[in-house]
Design a protein around this ligand. Structure first.
Ligand code: FES
Length: 95
């Protein structure tokens, strides 16, 4: 994943590390999975069950379900789930 896209000069919460598709990702306390991944340049969170096209955050408020990922085996909305230390996140979900 690419570098950090967060705005310079803004204070962030405590640093938290989790994994996405087996790769370590650093985020900050209070960030959602979606935004922590976005800040690292990773927008594709799942693939469409219809045509396999990559899907990303659309509404960022829990309505569209475009951001489904698997966390420790459960399908959740990345935009509604805060990161936690050590969580294992994988692309996933079909809708
Ligand atoms: S981006 Fe719409 S539910 Fe997460």
């Amino acid at each position: 994943m690419s570098g950090d896209l967060r705005i310079d000069g803004v204070s962030h919460g405590e640093s938290i590390e989790f994994t996405f598709e087996g790769q370590p990702v650093k985020g900050h306390k209070g960030e959602t999975v979606a935004m922590a991944l976005w800040a690292h340049g990773c927008q594709a969170l799942r693939n469409s069950s219809r045509d396999g096209a990559p899907r990303a955050v659309l509404c960022n408020m829990g309505i569209c379900y475009e951001c489904l990922v698997r966390i420790d085996g459960a399908v959740v909305r990345a935009c509604m789930t805060e990161i936690e230390p050590g969580m294992i996140v994988e692309r996933g979900g079909k809708s």
